[in-house]
Design a protein. Structure first.
Length: 166
């Protein structure tokens, strides 16, 4: 294998690829060090200039992330509430269609209309003789809310009692 020696440059110093070696010449080395120091100082100044902007960006990203998380949680809570309301509505509709009371409706189990209807039918079969529905009382019939006329003797006794004990 042939040995490759560096090709000497005009000043007698060269790298294997033909680049000059500034560290072998003190004046060139000083100039290179000064150039690199100036470049480093420029980079350091630029970093110092950008650090506050980077910190502000980080702060904004964290705030945005927190805001996004808060909005996500609110959306998830709203979805849960909507699902719960939907389930309550279906339960009420099924209970009404089967003639169940509120207490009976609260006992229904299921997540779909079909499951709730099947459970309502089972409940009705369990609480009615022979699986037939009992007639629900009609609240509009019966008492009109007025008191029956009292016995005239009892009324007279009450008046007399009140007038004597004043």
């Amino acid at each position: 294998m042939p040995h490759l020696d560096p090709v000497p440059g005009p000043d007698g110093t060269a790298l294997p690829d033909g680049e000059p070696r500034p560290w072998e010449d003190p004046a060139a080395a000083r100039a290179e060090i000064e150039r690199l120091a100036a470049e480093l100082a420029g980079h350091a100044a630029r970093v110092a200039e950008l650090e506050p902007a980077a910190a502000e960006l980080h702060q904004l990203q964290e705030a945005g992330k927190t805001e996004a998380q808060r909005l996500t949680e609110r959306a998830e809570a709203a979805e849960r509430q909507a699902e719960q309301t939907r389930a309550e509505l279906i339960r009420a509709q099924v209970a009404h269609s089967r003639g169940l009371t509120e207490r009976q409706a609260a006992r229904l189990v299921g997540t779909t209309r079909e499951e709730l209807e099947a459970d309502a039918d089972e409940l009705l079969a369990d609480i009615t003789p022979g699986g037939h529905r009992l007639m629900q009382p009609d609240p509009s019939q019966g008492s009109s809310g007025q008191q029956a006329a009292a016995d005239p003797a009892a009324v007279f006794t009450g008046i007399l009692h009140n007038s004597l004990h004043r």
